[in-house]
Ligand binder design. Structure first.
Ligand code: ZN
Length: 658
């Protein structure tokens, strides 16, 4: 592992405009830099880099992060790999530290397996090109399948001869370790020794997204009884089936360029499509997509189009697990190929252009398609039909609304007409599922934080909705406070007039900073959001320890969730509450004045939100209590809360909030 000192040295040295500038032409625009986004296609620049905040943000596609995440995203590297990349760029020598021995062992095994795979891949390739048998059996078979020399070489296809141990002998002679050889699945142990496992098969190397051979698929050339058509590498330290997509290395650029990923079933479909010029395609091996595979696709595009041939099993396989894709915010389409065609045969018959046209014209939305299929199955059975309505409503409820709000409504409109139910009814059914999901999450959150109980009775839906609105409202105020802390915490604190037409200067108060002001104001309050609370406590502990934390201290903090949170808080422009923005707009204020206003407002809004919640809770208790003494006490609490609320509202000046 890279030592913490090295990480610090890298972080202290890197300059985000230099790092991004390696890939993007940047022009200065005020305090920021602007360029064409490397993550999506655009003609007018919306990719912004802030050197002072050390972050970037694209206003076209929304991608944002710091210098390290830029390298990770752009070069498709892991965190440690990105650090190594940066160290190399800045000539920083990397010091390694001792790491967890178990992790180290796994890593070493994976490295060794990779070396064996690389060796094996070259061996099989040589067998195909340079031996008589390879040419006569394997090469002629591939030629017969229509694969060109260039295609065979691009995908590194090979041949394992139909002999007992040609590969095993060569590997042992080259001093590869038997135990590791067995792990690769390339050989098996027999009484007489090692035997080749892929005898008389075409070898398809499987590459990960950065082009390393992590395993193989081996296909029979002549069908044999009792022999499976394909054998694949067994799961090992390097080959994890649920995380890989065949073809991703060769397709990733095209997927990004086309902003669409086609998904097919088999290796040969991927290869044929590539040869025909359709390069944005990967294969899943015909099983339901896993969350890891969906995330791998999402690195390159949000648009997933699944191609399948018409048999019922194919349809079922295609539909399985797709609710997960909705949750991941992917847009899923399905294309049913013409009868008796698979992607391989179809593209070979009609060519690239007709193939692409067919896909664009026949793409069906996943949810609508699922609705049609299920309705057909249900026929006139009313019980079954209502089950279908329920299931579709549940699918729709899975759509991540934060990514695209109108999408859910579009679906409701379209499926309501297919299902022949009224929209209102479907909306409330979808809302029921959403609510159930939120309730579950909310309850979990409350348990984790042991915050004051919000939902006295989960069945009381109206109350729950109100509580949720409150929670969401709180979140905005909480984020605003942390943002003030990060941006202005170290500035001196003083009195500012908040009236919109006032131009009274700031009167500093001795020894006070925005941070101490915020600490004092929030003494009796907590953050509902656990991550924000963590960030707040972290800031406070650093500040109290005499450090001078700034937003940068957190942008590179090793906890990735904190890291992401800080970046999201600092994204420019920040959504201030509308009234707040109105108030500040058009006023010439110097930075300190502005920062104090920001901080005071955010703190007061924060406290006001919390107070409003306390007042509501108090009133509920008041309504429920029958005992006069308790009622009296609660009344007093109520009046006190109201008094504080009035004070804060007065301090907020003319600003009125609900
Ligand atoms: Zn972009």
């Amino acid at each position: 592992m890279i030592s913490q000192e090295t990480v610090q040295r890298i972080i202290n040295t890197i300059n985000i405009t230099e790092v991004v500038g390696d890939f993007v032409q940047l022009k200065r625009r005020g305090t920021n830099y602007l360029g064409l986004c490397p993550f999506h296609n655009e003609k007018t620049p919306s990719f912004t880099v802030s050197p002072s905040k050390e972050i970037y943000k694209c206003f076209g596609c929304g991608k944002s992060g710091n210098a390290i995440s830029f390298v990770m995203e752009h070069e498709k590297l892991g965190y440690a790999e990105a650090l190594r990349w940066l160290a190399k760029k800045y000539n920083i020598e990397i010091q390694e530290t001792e790491i967890d021995p178990e992790y180290k062992e796994r890593q070493q095994t994976a490295d060794s397996l990779f070396i064996i795979n690389q060796f094996a891949q070259r061996f099989f390739e040589e067998q195909l090109w340079d031996t008589e048998l390879g040419q006569a059996v394997a090469y002629s078979y591939l030629q017969h399948r229509g694969f060109s020399d260039a295609t065979i070489r691009k995908f590194g296809l090979g041949y394992c001869p139909n002999e007992r141990d040609t590969f095993a002998r060569t590997a042992v002679k080259n001093q590869y370790n038997t135990e590791l050889l067995l792990k690769t699945g390339l050989v098996v142990q027999r009484d007489y020794g090692l035997q080749d496992n892929y005898r008389d098969r075409i070898i398809f190397p499987v590459h990960n997204h950065i082009g390393k051979v992590i395993g193989f698929g081996a296909r029979l050339i002549k069908n044999r009884d009792n022999a499976p058509k394909y054998i694949n590498t067994p799961e090992n330290e390097l080959y994890v089936k649920s995380k890989l997509l065949y073809g991703i290395y060769f397709s990733r650029q095209s997927i990004e360029r086309n902003n669409e990923c086609l998904l097919v079933e088999g290796y040969t479909d991927v290869i044929s499509l590539h040869q025909a010029g359709v390069e944005n395609v990967v294969a899943s091996g015909g099983t339901a997509l896993t969350p890891d595979q969906l995330r791998l696709i999402k690195r390159y595009t949000k648009h997933l189009t699944i191609l399948y041939d018409g048999d019922a099993a194919g349809v079922k396989a295609a539909l399985r697990g797709l609710d997960l894709a909705l949750q991941e915010g992917l847009y899923v389409k399905l294309v049913l190929l013409p009868d008796n065609e698979d992607p391989d045969s179809y593209v070979n018959r009609v060519g690239k252009e007709a193939f692409n046209n067919f896909i664009q014209e026949n793409k069906k939305d996943f949810i609508l398609f699922q609705t049609e299929v299920a309705l057909k199955e249900a026929g006139n059975d009313s019980q079954k039909r209502s089950e279908v309505v329920n299931r579709i409503a549940e699918s729709i409820s899975k759509i991540d609304k934060t990514e695209d709000f109108s999408r859910q409504q579009d679906y409701i409109r379209q499926t309501a007409s297919l299902l022949r139910v009224d929209e209102e009814g479907l909306i409330s059914l979808v809302n029921k599922f959403v609510r159930e999901k939120l309730q579950k999450e909310q309850r979990k959150q409350l348990q984790e934080q042991s915050a004051p109980q919000l939902d006295a009775d989960p069945a009381d839906e109206e109350q729950l909705d109100a509580n949720l609105a409150l929670l969401l409202g709180n979140e905005l105020q909480e984020r605003a406070v942390i943002r003030s802390l990060l941006l202005y915490g170290l500035l001196p604190f003083g009195e500012v007039n908040l009236q919109a037409d006032a131009d009274t200067p700031v009167t500093p108060i001795d020894g006070e900073t925005v941070a101490t002001f915020i600490f004092k104001s929030l003494e009796d309050f907590h953050f509902d959001n656990a991550e924000l609370e963590k960030l707040y406590q972290l800031y406070k502990s650093w500040y109290d320890a005499g450090l001078a934390p700034t937003e940068k201290s957190f942008v590179y903090y090793t906890d990735e969730s904190i890291n992401r949170l800080v970046i999201s808080l600092l994204e420019f422009p920040y959504e201030l509450s509308p009234r707040w923005e109105e108030m500040i707009q058009g006023k010439k204020t110097n930075e300190i004045e502005q920062s104090l206003k920001d901080s005071k407002l955010s703190v007061n809004y924060f406290r006001l939100r919390k107070l409003k919640r306390m007042v509501e809770q108090n009133q509920q208790e008041l309504q429920q209590s029958a005992d006069a003494d308790t009622q009296q006490q609660l009344m007093e609490v109520h009046l006190e809360l109201k008094r504080i609320e009035r004070d804060i509202t007065a301090e907020l000046g003319t600003v009125i909030i609900k």
